[in-house]
Design a protein around this ligand. Structure first.
Ligand SMILES: CCCCCCC/C=C/C(=O)SCCNC(=O)CCNC(=O)[C@H](O)C(C)(C)COP(=O)(O)OP(=O)(O)OC[C@H]1O[C@@H](n2cnc3c(N)ncnc32)[C@H](O)[C@@H]1OP(=O)(O)O
Ligand SMILES: NC(=O)C1=CN([C@@H]2O[C@H](COP(=O)(O)OP(=O)(O)OC[C@H]3O[C@@H](n4cnc5c(N)ncnc54)[C@H](OP(=O)(O)O)[C@@H]3O)[C@@H](O)[C@H]2O)C=CC1
Length: 293
């Protein structure tokens, strides 16, 4: 399948495991040889593409999420293709569970080389209507959960005197994504944190970067109304949605030696959506609709 032409299907969102097993990549097949990578959100739409790509480049993937069944199904498909992968169920919002996760991985593999935080999400709602519980759910998942993963990984790298590298999947925060202000707040926090610790942790030989996807068609889109989803491909000058593979290859660039001199950066993969286009996750209010067009 050509890299830049993902079929727009109505029956299913994103790429299947069979497609991910074969998707063409520009990376050498040993680019991540023998690296151990912890990947949160590994069974989600973007995480799954990262899992397949990284494993195909030689890494052992430890995929993390709350749903053991989804994780096991993924790792079975991967190991059946001769790839190295294991599943570890954990809620990233539970700092103790995150500590146990990293203890287990270090005990099993004796090392961790990289952490990709792809677990996250939000629900669309006008900010004025956010409940305290809803606000906290989004901040806890996207900011606190990501931070527990980052800090726990970094402590292990420091204590084991090993280098490390972190890639956080965020959203594009440079202009509004209307209807998900809680997530923009949380992800802006992650970007700020990443820039700060990129400096603090440079002496520990730990690199920290973010990838900010634009409209990437995955099953995560099911939380949005069909009319909102239908408009996402027109939210950038390329007038189409991106593929999870585009995000996975950006992560591979940052996580492998190709990114060796990159830290504190946010790599935007949005088809130019920062420069042109707008995204209304809750529908465009009449106020903004030009009645003359
Ligand atoms: C440039 C173009 C961009 C286009 C796309 C837009 C950008 C981003 C896209 C994506 O990120 S897509 C992929 C991400 N995946 C998801 O977002 C997954 C779906 N989301 C969730 O699972 C939740 O939103 C969550 C908060 C991330 C999960 O947390 P948790 O499991 O704890 O939540 P819940 O128990 O379901 O709910 C807790 C609490 O939150 C409030 N709430 C939840 N959903 C809604 C809703 N639809 N409307 C209003 N409020 C909601 C509510 O207070 C819930 O508590 P209860 O009422 O259930 O007691
Ligand atoms: N798709 C898109 O257009 C865009 C996506 N993004 C971001 O990219 C990331 C990945 O998105 P995508 O793959 O599309 O989303 P998905 O919803 O498909 O995947 C998200 C994954 O996160 C896991 N997860 C959620 N909460 C937790 C938690 N508390 N602990 C552990 N795991 C959790 C879920 O697994 P489980 O339910 O098993 O826990 C799920 O597999 C998200 O942060 C998303 O917001 C950003 C911009 C655009």
């Amino acid at each position: 399948m050509a890299d830049d032409h993902m079929p727009q299907r109505s029956d299913r969102l994103g790429l299947t495991d069979d497609e991910l097993a074969l998707h063409r990549t520009v990376f050498a097949s040993d680019a991540l040889k023998d690296m151990v990578i912890v990947l949160s959100g590994g069974a989600g739409g973007i995480g799954r593409a990262i899992a397949w790509l990284f494993a195909r480049l030689g890494a052992h993937l430890v995929v993390v999420g709350r749903n053991q069944g989804k994780l096991s199904a993924l790792t079975s498909n991967m190991t059946a293709k001769g790839l190295q992968a294991s599943a570890c169920a954990a809620d990233i919002r539970d700092a103790d569970a995150v500590a146990r996760l990293f203890d287990t991985v270090w005990q099993t593999h004796g090392r961790v080389d990289g952490l990709i935080n792809s677990a996250g999400g939000q629900f669309p709602q006008p900010a004025i209507d956010f409940s305290v519980k809803g606000w906290n759910a989004v901040i806890d998942t996207n900011l606190n959960g990501t931070w527990y993963m980052m800090q726990t990984a970094a402590r292990h790298w420091r204590d084991n005197k090993q280098p490390g590298n972190i890639v956080n999947i965020v959203v594009v925060t440079t202009h509004g994504l209307y209807g998900i202000a809680h997530s923009i707040a949380a992800r802006s926090g992650v970007i700020g944190l990443s820039r700060s610790v990129a400096v603090e942790w440079a002496p520990l030989n730990i690199r920290v970067n973010c990838v900010a996807p634009g409209a990437i068609e995955t099953e995560g889109w099911n939380v949005y109304a069909p009319e909102a989803r239908a408009a996402y491909p027109r939210s950038n000058p390329m007038m189409r949605a991106g593929s999870p593979w585009n995000v996975a290859e950006a992560c591979a660039y940052l996580a492998s030696p190709s990114g060796a001199f990159v830290t504190g950066e946010t790599l935007t993969v949005d088809g130019g959506g920062q420069l042109w286009g707008e995204t209304w996750t809750t529908g465009k209010p009449a106020y903004f609709i030009d009645k003359d067009t």
